[in-house]
Design a protein around this ligand. Structure first.
Ligand code: C2E
Ligand code: CA
Ligand code: CA
Ligand code: CA
Length: 283
């Protein structure tokens, strides 16, 4: 038993060390990524379920080191947050997204949504940065949606939570829309719904797969209740991760206004979005 315990500790130390190395390697690479032009944005359409038209596009970061394979966002974004690099990277993403969205908004009236991490929101300059980028890009303020998660508030003190809430309310008063991302995955979603100034709810994709599974009537009831609650609070709902026509059909019947997922389009390059906008609506 003692030997086994010892082995387990060795193994644990080993993986921990490998993880730290990995983290340091990613951090070092990421530090150069902006200067080396290794970051790009992909855009995934958010589709109006009644017309099939593109309502908005969500900007999603991609990182391909010049001498390597693409690193998935779920791997590099946590490192960017830990190291603080997300502040510069996030600002770059906001500028890039607003610049690309200008022509889409002008020609097709669509909005762009940009993911924001808690680290960015805690920066004192966040509010001014957003308004400055908007002014310089000449994108109308109401054509930008910022996506935040409730988990970004986990590590904050009550004072900080209040300050972040005030910043979001201030940006919203300027016309910027706020979306609550990954809704349903946290612990206190409903209480944040009361306190956070939001316009849009994005229901996490873990609720989407069970929608068409007859063994999961509860999942369907949950999604329906959230869609109805959101509508009564005058919030719009986006359901994420829609991969099949059946899922889209169920959501349409529930009166869910917006959806996003591989059924409509995977995240695409800006040029591919230009082309897509010529041929939509679907259906
Ligand atoms: P998210 O904000 O929840 O983004 C949605 C993720 O779901 C994206 O993964 C997207 O490619 C994926 N997805 C879309 N449709 C489907 C579908 O039908 N099925 C399945 N299985 N997946 C689908 P991605 O691009 O790998 O991004 C992962 C996460 O990285 C994002 O989750 C977001 O939290 C973060 N992220 C991406 N870009 C940024 C950024 O610019 N800033 C920050 N702070 N975070 C970002
Ligand atoms: Ca998002
Ligand atoms: Ca999400
Ligand atoms: Ca997420």
């Amino acid at each position: 038993a003692k030997a086994a315990g010892k082995n387990r500790i060795t193994l644990f130390d080993h993986t921990l060390r490998a993880e730290r190395l990995h983290h340091a390697e990613i951090a070092a690479g990421l530090r150069q990524a902006l200067a080396r032009d290794e970051l790009t944005l992909n855009y995934q359409p958010v589709v109006d379920l009644t017309t099939g038209a593109i309502h908005a596009v969500e900007a999603l970061l991609r990182w391909t080191p010049t001498d390597g394979r693409p690193v998935p966002p779920d791997v590099f974004i946590p490192v960017a947050e830990d190291t603080g690099l997300i502040v510069d990277i996030g600002r770059w993403a906001l500028e890039r997204a607003c610049a690309d969205a200008k022509r889409w908004h002008h020609r097709h009236g669509i909005a762009v949504t940009v993911n924001v991490s808690g680290r960015q929101l805690r920066e004192r300059t966040f509010r001014d940065t957003v308004l400055e980028v908007l002014t310089r890009s000449q994108l109308p303020r109401n054509a930008l949606t910022l996506e935040v998660t409730e988990s970004m508030l986990l590590a904050t003190t009550p004072d900080e939570t209040q300050r972040i809430t005030d910043v979001l309310a201030d940006l919203r008063a300027h016309g910027v829309r706020i979306a609550l991302d990954d809704f349903g995955t946290g612990y206190s979603s409903l209480s944040y719904l009361r306190t956070l100034p939001v316009d849009i709810l994005k229901i996490d994709r873990s609720f989407t797969a069970p929608l068409t599974n007859t063994d999961h009537r509860q999942a369907r009831a949950f999604t329906k209740a959230i869609v109805e609650l959101a509508a009564s609070l005058e919030l719009r709902t986006v359901v994420e991760g829609v991969e099949s026509r059946e899922q889209a059909g169920v959501l349409q019947q529930m009166g869910c206004p917006l959806a996003q997922g591989y059924l409509f389009s995977p995240p695409a390059t800006a040029t591919q979005i230009d082309d897509l906008l010529q041929v939509t609506p679907w259906q």
